[in-house]
Design a protein. Sequence first.
Length: 290
Amino acid sequence: MTQAIKFNNVTYTYGRNTPFFRVALDNVSLSVEAGVITGIIGHTGSGKSTLVQHINGLLEPDSGQIIVMDRDIWEDKKRLREVRYLAGLVFQYPEYQLFDETVAKDVAFGPKNMGLEKDEIDQRVRDAVRFVGLPENVLEKSPFELSGGQKRRVAIAGVIAMRPQILILDEPAAGLDPRGREEILGGIRAYQRESGTSVIIVSHSMEDMARYSDNVVVMEDGKVLLSGTVKEVFCKEETLASIGLAVPQITRLLKRLAAAGLPVREDIFTVEEAREHLLEVLKKPVTEKI
């Protein structure tokens, strides 16, 4: 397994030497696999956002080491700018950060700061807009004329246009309706599969992480509680329940069906996989075991 990111005994505190002192990351050690989507889940205050803000050097740890693409990012502080092009971070509600008069100019902002040639910038802008599922005719529109979901996709395109090797998104589907969630998260997954970029998604939604992630990290009280593939993590139902998290609703339904005596699997975590499995079960003779 190739590692995109490695945390070695990282600790970070807010409000040091003040009455508001709080440990946000507590001696965290974690490896994040390259070339896949890793979901980071946990309750508010568990350390999710603090963790990802360390990846591109927005926050400096009190102690410990952060390795990004085989580089200790704090070994030479003068090179932090390079790290931020290497690992692009999309904050929650990124549409509030749009500012330019056209979509094209807004998406081009990052590539321009990288010092790229005009032709290269134009190509990156068009590719990024395509990746997030917007038509090219939006490029000359004002971003403020677009819908909320479209604005968010423009903001994500602005980071994608820098072509980071690691794309980090903090609650990218927050506040969106089901269709908007599908457009954003489905687009991110399609982008990752096509580009091979390492993607990290912070979320509260177990259903979203089961559907769109390859690996999952569970945070609790500034520590890594669980880490592994979706199946490895979501099979630990009792551990998740101990911190008030639940497996996806479809998994709970299958468990109830199994408890009622139906021959169904309990290690399924997405509606799509459950549908295929139940259709297969219904095709089998009643006496046949699966």
